[in-house]
Structures are given as C-alpha cells and as structure tokens.
Design a binder for this molecule. Structure first.
Ligand code: NAD
Length: 480
C-alpha cells in the first residue's frame, strides 16, 4: 500500500482507554471462571513491557522515536501480536492490545501468548526509505532485549503496517542472526516471496466474513436483530478501507451483501443502492480520497457512516468509534468489530440495552492471528503447505473417477472433472483452516453463553478465552 494512504487517525486518544475497556470486561468475565483470584489477577496484568526511545537521522536531523513491545502472558511461547504505527500510541494501549491477544489466541486455539508493539509515529509523515530505517532500528532494539524471535515473540502487521514492514523486520532479524535456520519465523505477515503464506494479507477480513456467515447459521443469536437467511442482499456499512476493511468489504460483496456505506479518515459515503468496493478503492487510489465518489452522497465526517441505516455495521478502522455520544443513534442491529476496541465500555452498555448484537473484536478479527500461526508453522517446517500431498490427492481422485465411470458406464462430467483433479494448494488449505477455526470459535462462544446464561458475546468470548488460559497455567505447572 503506498505510504500516502496509510492510516494514522489524527487525535484518536479521547474517551476511555483500551485498558479500561479490557479491565471492565475482564472483571465481568472473571465471575464465571473457576480459578483462584490471584491466578486471575496474574492473568489480567501485562507481564513484560518494554518501552524505549531510539534515535534515527531524518532529513539531516536526529529524531527520537518512542517504541513499545508488550508481552502480556508467556504461558505459551512464542508470544504473538501486531506492530502498529500510530501517532498517539502509548504503553497502556500496547498493554491492552497485548492482553486482548492472549484471550484472542486462546479462543481460536492458537498456541501463543499475547503481545503487541509499535512506534508512536504517523507513517504518512515519512518517506518509505525513512520508514525502513526507523523499522530496522526498532527491530534491532527488540533483538537487543530478546523481545523478538521464532520461539520468543513473533510480531505481525497491524494498524499502519503491512507486508513491507514485516519484510524489513525479517531481514533485520536475519542479518543479526546469520546462522539461524528458523529466522523467517521471527515475524508473520511477510510477502509470500519472503516466507509469507498465501492468504495472510486478506486473512483478517476473510475471517470476519466467515464469522458473519457462521452467525447466520445460528438464528437464535440473531433473533433480536430481525435478520435471517444469509448475507445475500443484507445492507452493510464498513468503516475503514485499510487492510482489514477493504478485504472484508470485497468478500462481503462477493458473498451477495450490499455495501451501502463506507467510512474513511476523511469522510463517509452513502449509496442505498450499493457501492462497488473495487470502484471506490480505484477512486481513492486515483484521487487520494473516497470523497466525491460518483453516485454516492459524501459526508464530511468519518463517523457519519456509523449512524447510517443498515443491517450490519462493521467498524474496521481504529478504536473508540462507537461512543456514549453516538451509541443511541446507531441503527444497525448487528455490529461486527473487525477493528480492535472500536466500542467504548459506555457505548457497549447502551448498545446492549438497545438489543444490538455485537460480535466482539477479541474473536471477530482473530482470522489474522490464525493465519499468522499457519505462516509460523510453515516457516518452521521450511515447506509450503500441500507440496507433498497435492499429487497424491490428484492421483487418488483420478482413480475414484475411473472407478465411478467403470461402475456406472458413464462419463464423469468434464467441468466437474477439472475441479476434482485440480488438487489442493496452499491457499485452499489456509482458507479451509481459517473457516474451520472461525466457525468453531463462534460455536464455542455460543456454547459458553448457553452454559453460563451469559447474554452478551463479549463477556462470553472473554470467559471462553480465560478458561483456556487458566487451564494452561494449571496444567503447565506454571502456577505455584
Ligand atoms: P490499516 O492501517 O491498513 O487501515 C486502517 C484504515 O482506517 C486506513 O485506511 C485509515 O485511513 C482508516 N482510518 C483511520 N482513522 C479512521 C477514522 N477515524 N475513520 C475511518 N477510517 C479511519 O489497518 P488494518 O490493519 O486494516 O487494521 C484496522 C483495525 O483492525 C485495527 O484496529 C487493527 O488493530 C485491527 N486488526 C488488524 C489486523 C491485521 O491483520 N491487519 C488483525 C487484527 C486486528
């Protein structure tokens, strides 16, 4: 993604902090979990936080940057979590996001502890070459303190970062560990040509789609929303056309949904007949903004999209977007949190009281870390998924077709033959693993709601993750 479009969000630090939000839900969830209070307290807090300043020469002058890396819990190693470049980033935000990662990994059975990191900067203010030097210097600082490594802590992309930054991190780590055979597993979300995995780039957005599709298989969950059937014809609003939002919006459109609204940092679009996502992306690439997109009404405010008339609202940008101020005016009956912490605790309460169903971030956007896990496994096995089995699969299918033809005396349909003999490749395996993970995750959360009589999914998702972390602590013998 060109540097010019990347997303800092200006002054995002208003309203309650993410840490407050995490602690509020944690306290609610802890009541349902059988564990000693001191173990729960130990799980709540962030265990390791490295905050550091580092200098980089920018346009002839030395500039100081504030870097962070938080490892919330090492009950499983490595720890895992994104790297964000955002102007207002601070230690609390990183610690909260790392804590969310611990529960997120547990919910989707990804065997990592939670982590998060980043640099307090607006990536739009720097040239690519400057960002590269900043990222490499940041990585070197993590190496110095043993805060990165295939078995220690494995970053990934997040707000304001992508494959390019992950490639710089991998290369810097590699240079500092010249004989390390597993070096590529030190970071995920890399370009495929550099040890990445097919499907990781779009994994978070695709995961959100799988979650939504699974929701429609559970009418009891959607009862209060009045929504039924499937995604076909449903009116969606997506806030944020970055990595997560743009892929999600595309996939949802392909699945038959109508994207009636889109919000970006410079405004919102509304078109009740539906927006073509690819055309909006092309318009933004061409003009530098979504504003003025033909056949749509443009609103000045990025937040206007949140209050549009629609069936499903998908905040996929930054935190604290649904607040006590706008929660009474939100029309969508179903909200899927693709971004991290888009809803403040006050808004959460108001929305729940208004009967809205919220699929919480701690689960909804877990597709990214799920496929990051697949990438990490691929890097450690040093082999592309499907490489050994593809031909065997094709041969088996060929024999099956021959058998069917011999038994029936007919000819297998040509179009179907092509499909059956195509063989399974890495992308199909990744998407299959992702879909299975997200649908299993939702089912586990629903089972938790039923077992404990919990009415909101956020609390149930926390309970679900927390129970698994408690078991890990107890079974691993790391709790005295
Ligand atoms: P990104 O930087 O690629 O995209 C963010 C987009 O939001 C940008 O297009 C930016 O212009 C826009 N934006 C910023 N402020 C806005 C505002 N106030 N209103 C509307 N749009 C605004 O980031 P991303 O990777 O897509 O991440 C988005 C969210 O998803 C973050 O909360 C992130 O933590 C979360 N997330 C990302 C991943 C991942 O794999 N990238 C995984 C899990 C969760």
């Amino acid at each position: 993604m060109p540097n010019g479009r990347r997303g800092g969000s200006g002054s995002r630090k208003h309203g309650p902090s993410m840490l407050e939000g995490f602690n509020t839900t944690f306290a609610r969830a802890a009541r349902y979990v059988k564990a000693p209070p001191d173990l729960l307290e130990n799980i709540r807090v962030c265990h390791h936080l490295y905050a550091f300043q580092f200098p980089v020469r920018i346009r002839g002058k030395v500039q100081l940057f504030q870097g962070f890396r938080a490892q919330h819990s090492q009950h499983r190693l490595p720890t895992k979590g994104g790297i964000r470049f955002a102007p207002q980033l601070d230690a609390d935000e990183v610690a909260a996001l790392a804590a969310i990662m611990t529960l997120k990994c547990a919910i989707v059975d990804v065997p990592f502890g939670g982590a998060k990191g980043g640099i307090a900067l607006d990536p739009r203010a720097y040239e690519a070459e400057e960002l590269e030097r900043i990222t490499r210097r940041y990585t070197a600082e993590l190496v110095r303190k043993n805060f990165i490594g295939p078995g220690v802590d494995v970053p990934a992309p997040d707000l304001g970062t992508g494959e390019r930054e992950m490639a710089w991190i991998a290369d810097t780590y590699n240079m500092l560990h010249p004989t390390g055979i597993d070096n590529m597993a030190c970071v995920t979300g890399k370009p495929v040509t550099l040890g990445g995995i097919r499907g990781r780039r779009e994994a978070t957005g695709r995961g959100v789609l799988y979650v939504l599709q699974e929701c429609f298989r559970h009418p009891e969950l959607l009862q209060s929303t009045g929504l039924s059937g499937d995604l076909e014809g449903k009116r969606l609003v997506v806030q944020g056309l970055g990595n997560v939002g743009s892929h999600f919006a595309r996939f949802a459109q392909q699945a038959g949904a109508r994207i009636v609204g889109i919000g970006e940092s410079d405004g919102s679009l509304y078109a009740p007949e539906g927006l073509n996502v690819d055309n909006v992306l092309a318009w933004r690439a061409h003009t530098g903004s979504i504003r003025g997109f033909p056949d749509a009404t443009t609103f000045d405010s990025p937040g206007a999209c949140l209050e549009l008339d629609c069936d499903i609202l998908v905040p996929a940008a930054v935190e604290n977007q649904l607040t006590a101020a706008n929660a009474p005016r939100i029309k969508a009956p179903l909200i899927v949190e693709a971004a991290n912490s888009p809803t403040t605790p006050e808004a959460d309460l108001i929305l729940r009281r208004r009967g809205k169903v919220i699929i919480p971030d701690v689960f909804a956007n877990a597709g990214g870390v799920t496929v990051s896990y697949f990438e990490w496994v691929k890097n450690l096995s040093h082999m592309r998924f499907g490489r050994m089995a593809k031909r065997v699969g094709i041969q088996t299918q060929r024999r099956l077709i021959a058998g069917i033809e011999a038994l029936t005396g007919g000819t297998f349909p040509a179009a179907l033959r092509e499909e059956v003999l195509h063989g399974i490749d890495e992308l199909e395996l990744v998407n299959s693993g992702l879909e299975e993970t997200m649908s299993q995750g939702l089912q586990q959360i629903l089972a938790t709601m039923e077992r404990h009589g919990i009415e909101d999914m956020r609390t149930a998702a926390f309970v679900c993750g927390l129970q698994k972390v408690v078991v890990a602590y107890e079974q691993l013998g790391i709790w005295p």
